[in-house]
Design a protein around this ligand. Structure first.
Ligand SMILES: [Zn+2]
Ligand SMILES: [Zn+2]
Length: 252
């Protein structure tokens, strides 16, 4: 089947992330993504997936694909994007991560609210435990857990000076089981090609949106047969296996 170009933003925070604006409800995110012509999004809140079902419900009947996602903070304070199929909201995975967060209460005045909503923007719950803490699991077991649940693991914003694999441990270990690497909008197209060759991984770049105004600021183009998780996984793991093949700078 011929491949088509799809615009993907697979790193978006909803109002469940305490650092996001309250207007980032799943429905608002879905509407904004459609308005911007984006084809595939992932909701990747800090250490929780609980607003994913509302986003999937809000996108039902539209042309937008919503993947299940989470931005995990490992024990080493490394941010890892974990992406799963739309139909794979796995409460077990979510519970493992939540139960491995330290029992620190969210200070609303300092960090903001952590709100679980339904697809009509109605509040279901304020999550009590602070979601932006590091979980008590190290990097490699986190990657193992993501893959055990059939997910994709992508170290987030590796070029940033905080909470990135490079900032925390100084390098990317050889043979690390990750499907791609994410860079921030500060990395140029030329630098992406250099990084892709150096690390033998596709380089992707997403908005890391915390505000509705962040949308569309940084997207990756994916050439796929269909806008599905399986197609994305196939594309990224094919490149992973390709090893010394010619890696592409961006995931296009
Ligand atoms: Zn991050
Ligand atoms: Zn993020």
């Amino acid at each position: 089947m011929a491949k088509k170009r799809f615009l993907a933003d697979l790193h978006i925070h909803s109002c469940l992330s305490p650092c996001s604006e309250l207007d980032m409800t799943p429905r608002a995110i879905v509407n904004k993504a459609i308005e911007q012509g984006i084809d595939i999004i992932a909701i990747t809140d800090h250490n929780s997936m609980r607003n994913v079902p509302a986003a999937i419900a809000a996108a039902s009947g539209t042309r937008l694909t919503v993947l299940t996602g989470m931005e995990i903070t490992t024990c080493e304070e490394i941010h890892i994007l974990a992406l799963f199929d739309s139909n794979n909201f796995n409460n077990d995975f979510n519970e493992i991560i939540y139960s491995n967060l330290p029992d620190i209460k969210n200070n609303v005045e300092h960090f903001g609210y952590q709100i679980v909503v339904n697809c009509d923007d109605e509040v279901i719950e304020f999550v009590p435990r602070l979601l932006i803490s590091s979980i008590m699991i190290e990097l490699e077991p986190v990657l193992g857990l993501i893959h055990k649940f059939n997910g994709i693991a992508i170290p987030a914003h590796i070029d940033k000076e905080q909470f990135s694999i490079i900032s925390q441990i100084g390098f990317i270990p050889e043979g690390l089981k990750v499907e791609a690497l994410e860079v921030s909008r500060n990395t140029s197209e030329e630098e992406k090609i250099i990084l892709s060759k150096k690390y033998q991984r596709p380089i992707v770049s997403f908005s890391d949106a915390h505000f509705l105004s962040d949308f569309g600021s940084n997207l990756s183009e994916l050439y796929l047969e269909a806008p599905t998780f399986d197609e994305i996984k196939k594309k990224l793991t094919h490149k992973l296996r390709a090893g010394a093949g010619v890696p592409e700078g961006t995931c296009s």
